[in-house]
Design a protein around this ligand. Structure first.
Ligand code: 13P
Length: 335
């Protein structure tokens, strides 16, 4: 059995990243509605089947994050999703948080799901999951230290439980890009958030060499007319990461957060190009995108069996572009 560090390192192996296909039943149902597909359990299954059976996916994808519903489902050929992913050279992971709820006396949310998590993790591990994901969602404007602390604390308790169970935690504190705030706000809030997250991980005894960090890039609010370009995104993102992330963390896999595939890949390429000559950026820098990989496939498919090939080609193209954007990460400074 590979250890936590080996699995974490394999998830961020050169040229490969993580496919986030773990939308909750509610979110996935909305996305299916959006393309005119009935939001049934079997249509959610069929869509994830399409994603996982994309020919050649393992060239670019190291791991796939599944929802609990999908973990209990099978491909059309009868093989369970986790076993089918492993057989394709793709590590199966599982989203274990239970979503967000309002945090009292703030305008913020905190992520739920710690109760009973130890027992659930044992079940997920038995079902084949080798890594997990927990997402904290932080709206940057008006965010209070209390909200940052509550979310960082929950992430750390989740991560400790995962490592105790022999499962690699993906630690995802997402500072949302929705809104018209300037890039400075994203930078300040992400810096504070990551600092709090790593303080809490340390306090909970989490081994940083056995996690993957899944942060947002430092970007302008999506409704801000003044959008920072890729060079600025890269400079600010690496500055925040080098301020806050221990060098022993093997890899950082960014979420896409609502960016298009083109935007997210341009930013990831600029981050990697800059990191290649930056001593303060020793980690592998890759992707754990959801929408930036799958949106084109979902729209191309739209529930029509004859469109599966086209949809799979769209997913493959998006994954290949994301993989190419990590190219200079294959030789990070200091290795
Ligand atoms: P997006 O890349 O669509 O933001 O999704 C990543 C993810 O896993 C969110 O939790």
């Amino acid at each position: 059995m590979p250890g936590l560090h080996e699995v974490a390192t394999a998830l961020v192996a050169p040229g490969r990243g993580i496919l986030a296909a773990d939308e909750s039943i509610g979110t996935m149902s909305k996305r299916l509605d959006g393309v005119g597909v009935d939001a049934t359990e079997d249509n959610r299954r069929a869509y994830r089947d399409l994603l996982l059976t994309t020919p050649g996916l393992d060239a670019w994808i190291s791991g796939i994050i599944l929802s609990t519903e999908t973990l209990g489902q099978q491909l059309a050929d009868g093989s369970p999703f986790a076993a089918a992913a492993s057989a394709r050279g793709i590590m199966p992971g599982i989203k274990v948080d239970a979503g967000v709820t309002p945090l009292p006396f703030t305008d913020a949310t905190v992520t739920e799901g710690l109760d009973g998590l130890r027992g659930r993790l044992a079940g997920y591990r038995d079902a084949g999951a080798v890594f997990a994901k927990w997402r904290a969602a932080l709206a940057p404007v008006g965010l209070s230290p209390r909200a940052i602390h509550a979310n960082a604390h929950a992430l750390a308790r989740y991560a400790a439980l995962c490592q105790e169970a022999g499962i690699v935690p993906i630690v995802e504190p997402e500072v949302l890009m929705d809104g018209d705030h300037p890039i400075d706000t994203c930078e300040t809030v992400t810096n504070e958030t990551l600092r709090a997250v790593f303080d809490e991980l340390d306090a909970m005894g989490v081994d940083p060499s056995g996690i993957v960090l899944k942060p947002n890039m430092i970007v302008s609010g999506s409704d801000n007319p003044d959008q920072a370009g890729a060079e600025e995104v890269a400079r600010r993102t690496l500055q925040v990461l080098s301020n806050t992330v221990p060098p022993t963390v093997p890899g950082i896999a960014f979420l896409s957060g609502g960016q298009s595939n083109e935007q997210a890949c341009a930013n990831l390429a600029a981050i990697n190009a800059r990191a290649a000559t930056d001593e303060a950026a020793p980690w592998r820098l890759t992707f754990s995108f959801g929408r930036a990989l799958v949106n084109d496939a979902l729209q191309g498919w739209a529930g029509v069996a004859e469109h599966i090939d086209t949809a799979q080609r769209a997913l493959a193209d998006n994954c290949r572009r994301a993989s190419e954007a990590t190219a200079s990460a294959s030789a990070p400074v200091g290795t």
